[in-house]
Design a protein around this ligand. Sequence first.
Ligand code: XUL
Length: 512
Amino acid sequence: MENNLYLGIDASTQSLTGIVIDINSKDIFSASINFDERLPEYKTRSGVTTGNNNEVWSYPQMWVDALDILFDELSKSVDLSKVKAIGGAGQQHASVWLNSPDVFEKMSTAKKGELSKLLKPYLSKQEAPVWLDASTTQECAEIEEKLGSDYVLQTTGSVQTERFTGSQIRKVFKNNFQVYSQTKRIHLNSSFMCSVLCNRDSPIDYGDASGMNLLNLSTLDWDSKMLAETAPELLEKLPKLSASMKCVGNIGKYFQREYGFSPSAKVVVFTGDNPSSLVGIGASGGGNAVISLGTSDTFFCANKNCSAVAGSHIFGNPRGKFMNLACFRNGSLAREAMKDKLDVDWKFFDLSFENYTPTDSDNLILPYFVDEISPKISSNQITYIGENVANLSKIELLRLFIEGQFFNMKLHSDALKADVKNILLTGGASKSDALAQCIANVFNCNVYLSESSSNASAMGAAMTAGSLDYPIEQLEASFASKKISKIPQQSAVAFYKNKIKKFEQERAKFIK
Ligand code: XUL
C-alpha cells in the first residue's frame, strides 16, 4: 500500500521534535533534539539563557541547526521522500529580529549544515526573547495607560502581558532604537521556522498571532491602535496574517536537496504550541476541556465565544473561532507545599478521597501558597475559612485544599462561557485518582486520560498536515485516543454546586 506520511514539527522551548504519522498503518515515528544536549555550543539551560532583570532569551541560529539534526535523525527511520505535507508549531510569543526577509530565499542554495551561518548576518538581534521573559512590566503599563486595560483585553483577548510579543517589541524600540530601525521583519518562532522550511518569508497564523497583544480578534487583522502604541512603523515589519491550517507553499529546495523531500511536499502555516496541542489532543472540535496538572496547572478549551477574562487568554483555535488558556500558579507546587505542611506523602492524597462523599459545608481553604494569576490574588499562605478549621484532621484539610484548587479553576472556566462536556486530563499528576475524581465531581464531567498528550503539540502539527487530505475527525480517531478515568458522583456534584458559591464569595475578598 502507498505510504501516506505527514510530518509535524514542534519547536518548543527545550527541544525540537518531529512526529511522522502514517495514515494507513497508523504508525508513528518520532525524534526529538534536546537543545542543551545536542547543541551545547549555545550554552543554553533548558533551551534558554537567563539574564538580569527577568530577561530570558534563546537563539534562532540554534533552532535552525536543530532542524538539520532532526531531519538527519528522522531520515534513519522514515523515507522522507514519502512525506506528503508538513505542519508545525512553536513556543508562543518568542520574537525573531531580521534585517531582511530575503534570507529565506537565500537558504535555498545553502550548503548542508550552513543555514545558521547564512542566517547570522541577517539577524538584527542574535537573541530571541522568549515567553519566560518577564522584563517588560514598564512597557505593558505604558501601552495600557494610553489605551486602557479594557481596550487591550477586549481587542486582543488578553491584558497587556509581559511575555507577549507586543511589549517585547516596545522594549527593543525604546532601549535599542538602532536594532529596531534596522529590523525589516519580526517573526514569531512559528512563522520563522515555517519560513526556513519553505525557503520563503511566510505568514503568521491567527492561532499564534493572538499571543502578541497586536491582533484584533474581531477583525482578525493587526489592530492599528495596538500597533501605534506599541512602536512606530510596526505594520511593515510584521509578516502577513493567515487563517490556520492553510497550505502556504511547498518545502524549500534546501530540504529537497539535502533530505530527499519531494518537491510536491506541502507546508501548512505553523501555529503556536498551545493551539497545536488543542488539535493534537483531540479537543479542537469543542466540548472537551484539557486540564494539565503540572508545576502550574493549565486549563484550555475550544470556545465559540470570544469572552475575554483578565487572567486568561484567548488564542485562535486552528479549526476556527477561539480557544481559551488559563494558567494557575498554585498547581503541583502548591500541592507539594500542602503535602509538606501536613507532613504526608502522595499516597495519602488518593487515600483521602477513596470512598469519600463530601459533607462539610462550613469550612473552606483558599489554596494560594503564592500569588495567583487566575484570578489575580496576592497571597503567600493558604487561607482557612470557617470556625472549626483549625481542629480538622489532616485528611479533612487535604480534601478542603484540593477542592479549593478545582473550585477556583471551575469558577474561572465558567467565566469563559466555554461549553465543557468532558475533561481530558494530562500532566504529571493526572494519574492521581483523587484529583481525577475531585475534578469529575466539581465540573460534573466525565474525566478522560489523553493518550497523545506527551507530544500533543507535534502530534497536532502532524494531524494539521494530514488534514489537507483527510477529515480531522478521522485523524483524531486514529491519533488522539483517550480512555475514561472517572465519572461524576451525583451526590458530590450537587453538594459542590452549593459550596462553590460560598467559595466564590470568600475568594472575592482577596481578588486584586
Ligand atoms: C503560553 C505560553 C507557553 C508557551 C511555551 O502563553 O507562554 O505555553 O507557548 O510553551
